[in-house]
Design a protein around this ligand. Sequence first.
Ligand SMILES: *[C@@H]1O[C@H](CO)[C@@H](O)[C@H](O)[C@H]1NC(C)=O
Ligand SMILES: *[C@@H]1O[C@H](CO)[C@@H](O)[C@H](O)[C@H]1NC(C)=O
Ligand SMILES: *[C@@H]1O[C@H](CO)[C@@H](O)[C@H](O)[C@H]1NC(C)=O
Ligand SMILES: *[C@@H]1O[C@H](CO)[C@@H](O)[C@H](O)[C@H]1NC(C)=O
Ligand SMILES: *[C@@H]1O[C@H](CO)[C@@H](O)[C@H](O)[C@H]1NC(C)=O
Ligand SMILES: *[C@@H]1O[C@H](CO)[C@@H](O)[C@H](O)[C@H]1NC(C)=O
Ligand SMILES: *[C@@H]1O[C@H](CO)[C@@H](O)[C@H](O)[C@H]1NC(C)=O
Ligand SMILES: *[C@@H]1O[C@H](CO)[C@@H](O)[C@H](O)[C@H]1NC(C)=O
Ligand SMILES: CC(=O)N[C@H]1CO[C@H](CO)[C@@H](O)[C@@H]1O
Length: 456
Amino acid sequence: METVLSSASGSISKLCSCTILLLFLLSCSTFTSTEAYDALDPTGNVTIKWDVISWTPDGYVAVVTIYNFQQYRHIQAPGWTLGWTWAKKEVIWSMMGAQTTEQGDCSKFKGNIPHCCKKDPTVVDLLPGTPYNQQIANCCKGGVINSWVQDPANAASSFQVSVGAAGTTNKTVRVPRNFTLRAPGPGYTCGPAKIVRPTKFVTPDKRRITQAMMTWNVTCTYSQFLAQKTPTCCVSLSSFYNDTIVSCPTCACGCQNNITEPGSCVSERSPYLASAVSGPGKSSNSPLLQCTSHMCPVRVHWHVKLNYKEYWRVKITITNFNYRMNYTQWNLVVQHPNFDNLTQLFSFNYKSLTPYAGLNDTAMLWGVKFYNDLLSEAGPLGNVQSELLFRKDAATFTFEKGWAFPRRIYFNGDNCVMPPPDAYPWLPNSGFRPVISLLKLVMTILASIVFLWACM
Ligand SMILES: *[C@@H]1O[C@H](CO)[C@@H](O)[C@H](O)[C@H]1NC(C)=O
Ligand SMILES: *[C@@H]1O[C@H](CO)[C@@H](O)[C@H](O)[C@H]1NC(C)=O
Ligand SMILES: *[C@@H]1O[C@H](CO)[C@@H](O)[C@H](O)[C@H]1NC(C)=O
Ligand SMILES: *[C@@H]1O[C@H](CO)[C@@H](O)[C@H](O)[C@H]1NC(C)=O
Ligand SMILES: *[C@@H]1O[C@H](CO)[C@@H](O)[C@H](O)[C@H]1NC(C)=O
Ligand SMILES: *[C@@H]1O[C@H](CO)[C@@H](O)[C@H](O)[C@H]1NC(C)=O
Ligand SMILES: *[C@@H]1O[C@H](CO)[C@@H](O)[C@H](O)[C@H]1NC(C)=O
Ligand SMILES: *[C@@H]1O[C@H](CO)[C@@H](O)[C@H](O)[C@H]1NC(C)=O
Ligand SMILES: CC(=O)N[C@H]1CO[C@H](CO)[C@@H](O)[C@@H]1O
């Protein structure tokens, strides 16, 4: 890297090379950290904690808790699936609050048959309504875990597992390996289990503290790139000052393709709509999208609605285009500089997110319980909406240059594709057209050359 940079700076002016170095470092850091870094939730993670609460003659009993420490990403139906590989020849004698999906080969056991003999068990949560004698606290929610901001009381899920053929002291227990978390699809990458200080538990009356025999933690982080190859959401824009409706970019989430994928989408007016919705694929939960130019399951529309002397008003509409999905506990993360002066919000919940001290331009919005916290499947009911009232800050407020439009929107934690900035509705008579300056263009090209060089 040293040599590449010095040979590059040899031929270009000093100022330029400094800028390039900076761009290069920036691009390198974003490239290496695409793994699982979310700028709006830098410490977001799912932590799986195992507390060994007692030893048994041939192993231990552990309470496993999955904590969703993500501000806005939740785990929706059909819920989480947790897997791991045993380090030795462990078996699961029994479980409470969850079950393995397969028992595996327990043929060498007589009398007492274990719950699961697989080397790599796969565990799922039990459903609501499970008999009380199979429940433990925080279990049995069908694997659904809420986000930390939206509902911290429901941001964790627990089960109890009784492990045999394992160590029976903190020296002989081997921690399980290769943790996998599907929530419900791919997207999470889990690190190795780390033995940490044993958890201390305070009794409900706060008069006694007990402690686990042994504790280990596993941290899993999310990457949208691993979760799906194409985006799942897009943004469209409009304003009172210009009739143009800027729709989602064409093919933002994929293209209509009746040739290679017949039936990949269905027209809203198709006479076969009902049979398509309940047709094959219904049980597998594969999406069935309404045919649109963007082919996204979800669209967020931002309309700049009114301009008052001291305030301005925005209407947000979220539309579902998937005939096979009800989004429960949906949420939106929106970045706009005026969120520091949000004055009023109608029919959504709101919390300001401040990923970095001093920056107050990001907000999380979600539905009101039992009113609009469910974004119904595509169709006449498949949308939710709200209006936001912002107070103008004379120093920054303007309708020019697309300032009134959001900088970034996430739906359920996944980035929504925005229209290109040069397509934003203009203020009448503002001859504004974004120009990419020649200098910037040259810099970008140089920087990408250096970057490619270094990566070769
Ligand atoms: C996981 O999130 C928690 C809560 O935000 C944080 O304290 C912890 O440091 C995070 N862990 C990692 C490995 O980032
Ligand atoms: C194991 O237990 C002993 C005491 O019983 C304790 O000193 C030691 O720190 C424990 N080790 C771990 C890894 O928890
Ligand atoms: C864990 O996964 C890696 C890669 O998938 C594999 O090479 C390794 O053998 C696995 N370890 C165990 C104990 O299964
Ligand atoms: C392990 O996870 C628990 C629960 O998330 C957390 O309270 C604890 O601080 C973690 N320990 C370490 C060393 O990360
Ligand atoms: C694909 O099929 C749908 C419904 O059958 C139809 O509405 C749409 O126009 C077709 N698209 C193309 C590109 O042929
Ligand atoms: C969505 O919810 C409605 C009303 O509860 C229900 O009728 C419909 O079957 C659900 N659709 C899916 C795909 O789960
Ligand atoms: C951010 O702005 C909101 C709305 O004005 C306000 O309620 C919140 O206290 C602010 N937070 C910080 C950290 O400044
Ligand atoms: C509205 O904005 C579009 C760009 O999206 C522009 O082409 C059009 O000229 C604008 N209309 C008026 C009346 O300024
Ligand atoms: C007009 C107005 O209320 N402006 C406020 C917007 O928010 C910033 C930061 O919170 C304040 O400093 C401004 O006074």
